[in-house]
Design a binder for this molecule. Structure first.
Ligand SMILES: [Zn+2]
Length: 90
């Protein structure tokens, strides 16, 4: 398993595989999945599902932030699922 994922690893995979979203999270109340959206060469995070009256809206983020989720995570299952999703081999 890779030790480090780079922003360019994610960016390449998104372009090559036409990936439009990655939703690693789900709301503990309504179970709706949420996460990252890839559009026009940019990355957005949207955590909005309306639960708890919180409105997050969409914010611009970066491939680096997505890669960091891998780099800071100690959960091997999460990391492997991420590699599988983005079709990034060891
Ligand atoms: Zn919810």
């Amino acid at each position: 398993m890779k030790n480090i994922l780079y922003a360019k690893d994610i960016e390449k995979s998104v372009k090559k595989n036409n990936i439009t979203y990655w939703q690693p999270y789900s709301c503990s109340i309504c179970n709706v999945k949420y996460g990252y959206y890839f559009r026009d060469g940019q990355v957005f995070f949207d955590g909005a599902c309306g639960c708890g009256g919180s409105i997050f809206g969409e914010r611009l983020t970066s491939y680096q932030e997505v890669a960091n989720l891998y780099n800071i995570n100690s959960n091997k299952d999460f990391k492997q699922a991420m590699l599988d999703y983005f079709k990034i081999g060891d």
